[in-house]
Design a protein around this ligand. Structure first.
Ligand SMILES: *[C@@H]1O[C@H](CO)[C@@H](O)[C@H](O)[C@H]1NC(C)=O
Ligand SMILES: *[C@@H]1O[C@H](CO)[C@@H](O)[C@H](O)[C@H]1NC(C)=O
Ligand SMILES: *[C@@H]1O[C@H](CO)[C@@H](O)[C@H](O)[C@H]1NC(C)=O
Ligand SMILES: *[C@@H]1O[C@H](CO)[C@@H](O)[C@H](O)[C@H]1NC(C)=O
Ligand SMILES: *[C@@H]1O[C@H](CO)[C@@H](O)[C@H](O)[C@H]1NC(C)=O
Length: 278
C-alpha cells in the first residue's frame, strides 16, 4: 500500500509532466517489491494490462506466473527509459527452492491518466534450470563483479549510438563481416558462462560464425542513456536444437555501452529442451 501511495503521489506531484527518472525509479522498485512479495496486485495494473513470460500470454495473478510465489532476489539492475516511459529489470535469485535469472520490460501508459501512469505491458524472459547455460550462482557472482555506474555527463552517448552498438552485435549474427564496436575490455555473461573469465582486461565478446546466417527479429528495446545501457528482447533462431530453423526461442540481450563501445553483454535465453539440446 505504501508504495502504491508513494507512486500515486509522485505521479500527482508531476501531473502532466513527461515521464521522469524519479517516477521510473519508483516504478522499478515497486516491480521488485511485487516480485519479493509474490503480489502483482501492488502494481498499477488495469484491465488492459498485458502480461507475458517467454512469449506466452498469462494471467499475471495466475499460478503459472512468476508472481505465484515470493522470489528472494539477491541482486538486480534496472534501466529507466524516459523516452518510452519504460523500465527494464534484470534480477538474479539463487534461492534454493527455485533459482531464476529474469529479464523484464515494463511499459507505462502516460496518456490515459498522466498524473498516475498505469502499466500497459509487462513482458519477461524467465530463465531457470535447463535454460541456456543456466547457473544463477555463477550469474550472480559475475554480474556483481561488474561496474555499471552512471556515465559521467561529459561522456554520455546518444540513444542512437547506444542502440546502434547493440543492434550491430545482433546484426553480425546475420553477416559475419558486419563490424561490431566492442571495447577492450568487453565481457559477455551468457547464462552462467562468463567470457571474461578467460581475460578480464581483454575483449572476449566476439561470437564465432553460426553455421548459417541468423536474422534476429522482433527486437524490443529499453534504453537508458544515463546508464549507457540497453536491453533488447528478440527472437533467437537456431539455438534450440529441437526447433526447425525458422522457429526461434525467446532471448534477451542486455548491453552496457561506454563511449560508443560495448563493455558488457548479458544474454538470457530460454530452452524448450535441457540446455537447448546442446
Ligand atoms: C492453476 O490454476 C488453474 C486455473 O485456475 C487450475 O485449474 C489449476 O488446478 C491450478 N494448478 C495448481 C497447481 O494450483
Ligand atoms: C554454478 O556456478 C558455481 C559458481 O561458479 C559453481 O560453483 C557451480 O559448480 C556451478 N554449478 C553447476 C551445476 O555447474
Ligand atoms: C555484410 O557486411 C559488410 C560490411 O558492413 C557489407 O559490406 C556487406 O554488404 C554485408 N553483406 C550483406 C549480404 O549484407
Ligand atoms: C588480456 O587482454 C589484454 C588486452 O587485449 C592483453 O594485453 C593481454 O595480453 C591479455 N592477457 C592474456 C593472458 O591473454
Ligand atoms: C529479417 O527479417 C525481417 C522481418 O521478417 C525482414 O524484414 C528482413 O528483411 C530480414 N533481413 C534479412 C537480412 O533477411
Amino acid at each position: 500500500m505504501h508504495h502504491v501511495l508513494a507512486l500515486a503521489l509522485l505521479g500527482a506531484s508531476q501531473a502532466y509532466a513527461a515521464c521522469t527518472r524519479a517516477f521510473l525509479q519508483e516504478a522499478a522498485a515497486l516491480y521488485l517489491k511485487a516480485i519479493d512479495l509474490g503480489q502483482p496486485s501492488v502494481l498499477p495494473l488495469t484491465a488492459a494490462t498485458t502480461y507475458g513470460e517467454n512469449d506466452v500470454v498469462l494471467p499475471i495473478a495466475g499460478n503459472a506466473s512468476v508472481f505465484a510465489a515470493p522470489i528472494k532476489v539477491d541482486f538486480s539492475r534496472s534501466l529507466l527509459d524516459t523516452t518510452q516511459c519504460a523500465t527494464f529489470t534484470e534480477l538474479t535469485s539463487t534461492q534454493p527452492s527455485h533459482p531464476y535469472v529474469i529479464h523484464t520490460q515494463i511499459f507505462y501508459d502516460t496518456t490515459t491518466s498522466p498524473a498516475a501512469p498505469t502499466i500497459s505491458k509487462i513482458q519477461s524472459v524467465v530463465s531457470d534450470a535447463g535454460d541456456w547455460l543456466f547457473n544463477a550462482t555463477a550469474f550472480l557472482q559475475w554480474t556483481t563483479y561488474e561496474t555499471w555506474s552512471a556515465i559521467p555527463p561529459a561522456l554520455l552517448d546518444t540513444r542512437s549510438t547506444i542502440k546502434a552498438a547493440g543492434d550491430a552485435y545482433l546484426d553480425q549474427w546475420g553477416n559475419v563481416s558486419h563490424p561490431v564496436p566492442f571495447a577492450t575490455a568487453c565481457s559477455r555473461l551468457e547464462g552462467g558462462l562468463y567470457t571474461g573469465a578467460r581475460n578480464l582486461t581483454g575483449n572476449s565478446c566476439p561470437m564465432g560464425a553460426f553455421p548459417s546466417p541468423l536474422n534476429i527479429t522482433r527486437r524490443r528495446y529499453v534504453i537508458d542513456e544515463e546508464l549507457g545501457a540497453m536491453d533488447i528482447f528478440n527472437d533467437f533462431p537456431f539455438l534450440e536444437s529441437s526447433y526447425p530453423l525458422d522457429k526461434a526461442t525467446p532471448s534477451s540481450n542486455l548491453f552496457r555501452v561506454e563511449k560508443g563501445l560495448i563493455r558488457y553483454i548479458h544474454e538470457v535465453s530460454v530452452c524448450a529442451t535441457k540446455n537447448c539440446g546442446r
